[in-house]
Design a binder for this molecule. Sequence first.
Ligand SMILES: C[S@@+](CC[C@H](N)C(=O)[O-])C[C@H]1O[C@@H](n2cnc3c(N)ncnc32)[C@H](O)[C@@H]1O
Length: 231
Amino acid sequence: MTRAHLDKQPQDVAAMFDDVAAKYDRTNDVLSLGQARLWRRAVADAVGAVAGQRILDLGAGTGTSSLPFLEAGADVVPCDFSIGMLTEGKNRHPELALTAGDATRLPFADESFDAVTISFALRNVQDHEAAMREMLRVTKPGGKVVICEFSTPTWTPFRTVYTEYLMRALPPVATKVSSNPEAYVYLAESIRSWPDQPALAAELQQAGWTKVAWRNLTGGIVALHRGFKAP
Ligand SMILES: C[S@@+](CC[C@H](N)C(=O)[O-])C[C@H]1O[C@@H](n2cnc3c(N)ncnc32)[C@H](O)[C@@H]1O
């Protein structure tokens, strides 16, 4: 069993996702108490993909996060660096153009996507600021980025309960449903050390994105950040 640590060495992160690939989607549904489906819907609405657009879904894993774009008639490119997740995705969704690639060195030409989105993956990227710059590079002028990531609950009493209790409860629950419970220790730790909403927005601006804003989901357990590439 592989567990990534907070230094997020890329080979450890990829190996950890290779390990959890087979049960990844089911574990997500259980641990998020069904919220994962609502969060995916919110991402699809924020991206607002329409037929004919080219959308990059980065850190797409098994491709579940890419399906709403396919359903909208867009040309979606799910990209990930875990061969285990991509293989599982190919078995489940042969219709998806799953592509191997590292978020910090994307195998795509400049200005080749109308929108770039990344769900529950940017937190795992060792140099996530480099990934924000790469996302900008491959986006067309006027195009959009949407980042869906665990964040900081906004209501202080709830934040305390969430960080102190729920995050401690997560690994024992994961032991029952995941093929790699250690991966969920990493999940809890990586959420705690991730920038809060304003800090992530500032990093996006620093990377060159404009009109940056965010929206909290489920009281800030998850936040959607969006930005635009200047026309
Ligand atoms: C928690 S999964 C999210 C999968 C999917 N987006 C979803 O919402 O279900 C995170 C994914 O990010 C991928 N990932 C992490 N770091 C990456 C990197 N540097 N380049 C490409 N993919 C990466 C992992 O392999 C994993 O499949």
